[in-house]
Design a protein around this ligand. Structure first.
Ligand code: ADP
Length: 335
């Protein structure tokens, strides 16, 4: 009886112990395995949903589950970094794309302006030519006085058209060149003398004294045609925008590493507000006067591009009613 009770007692104890250890195991399983796994599943879901900020919460996890949690964290961290890099890259490319688009738009606008300007400049002389030709056809040809006058006006307008096309082509060519291919050492003094020779007749016609003060003769590296273009345009303007009895003085100098060519006139001068714009194509301070002079409005744009190609720059000082000084600084040719 005692033994039976004892056996039964042992069985109960064993059962209780078994139950207890089962409960313990399931508690342990729940706390260390199942709950962490559930949390991890939630973390993975959040991760998949794009939430990279929260970290995997599995402080109680053991062994491989803890390792899994760490891997998940690592993955989230990598994704965070990659995401940041991608965003930065996208921003960078978007910035470049925006800038390219703006530049393209600006270029298209410049092209449109250019075509409109050139068309306008071509239209004026063509309209005049047509007017004179129609008048001649209507009887002016028979008039011994008006006939020859209108014919000579037609020739003037043709010359204007030719000058416009010549300057436009010269400018288009200058704009296309990035660098002078066949650069050679050239003498500023020789270019200045060529300009004097070419423009002496115009100076005499306008009663302007053309003086070359060349005690120095600096040399530069470049192309003769570019330098001639530059000097001729500056000297021609200095004569055109002058007054009878006035003076154009060309001076050459060396200033440190630079060769300097200066064209000073005693002419009408340039209003301060216009100085910044005179290098724009077709910009004229006084449209009437510029037309009368037969200018194309492209001379200083050519000067600016020629100076750029020769590696230099142009400076202007001017006083309204007193005169202007155009100074071109070019890198001198190394001795
Ligand atoms: P244009 O064919 O009209 O002379 P430019 O490009 O050579 O064209 O010059 C632009 C404008 O700058 C001229 O119309 C004139 O108003 C002004 N300009 C240029 N050079 C001088 C100068 N030496 N003195 C006064 N104004 C000048």
């Amino acid at each position: 009886m005692m033994a039976g009770t004892a056996v039964a007692g042992t069985a109960v104890v064993a059962a209780v112990a078994a139950l207890a250890s089962l409960a313990l195991i399931s508690w342990w399983l729940n706390r260390r395995v199942l709950r962490p796994l559930r949390d991890l599943a939630k973390d993975a879901e959040r991760l998949a949903g794009g939430d990279l900020a929260s970290r995997a919460q599995a402080p109680a996890a053991v062994g491989e589950i803890a390792a899994l949690a760490r891997s998940l964290d690592l993955l989230a961290e990598r994704l965070r970094v990659q995401g940041r890099e991608l965003a930065e890259e996208r921003q960078h490319w978007r910035g470049i794309a925006d800038r390219e688009l703006a530049e393209e738009r600006r270029q298209a606008e410049t092209r449109r302006d250019l075509v409109a300007n050139v068309s306008h400049e071509l239209k004026t002389p063509l309209t005049a030519i047509r007017g004179y030709a129609e008048s001649l056809e209507d009887g002016a040809l028979e008039d011994p006085e008006i006939g020859p006058r209108f014919v000579s006006r037609i020739l003037d307008q043709c010359q204007r058209l030719e000058a416009l096309l010549r300057d436009q082509l010269a400018l288009a060519r200058l704009e296309q060149i990035e660098q002078i291919a066949d650069a050679e050492v050239i003498d500023l003094g020789e270019a200045a003398r060529r300009a004097v020779e070419a423009l002496n007749p115009l100076a005499r016609e306008r009663e302007v004294d053309l003086i070359l003060a060349a005690d120095d003769s600096p040399r530069i590296r470049g192309s003769r045609s570019e330098l001639d273009n530059l000097v001729l345009n500056l000297v021609e303007n200095a004569i055109k925008y002058n007054r009878p009895g006035g003076e154009v003085r060309m001076a050459l100098a060396t200033d440190g590493d630079e060769a300097v060519i200066e064209v000073a006139d005693t002419g009408i001068g340039i209003p301060e507000a216009a100085v910044a714009r005179i290098f724009e194509r077709f910009y004229r301070v006084d449209k009437g006067r510029a037309r009368e002079q037969g200018g194309t409005g492209l001379g200083l744009a050519i000067v600016k591009h020629a100076a750029r190609l020769l590696g230099g720059r142009v400076e202007v000082e001017s006083r309204l009613g007193e005169g202007s000084v155009f100074r071109v600084r070019l890198p001198g040719a190394a001795a």
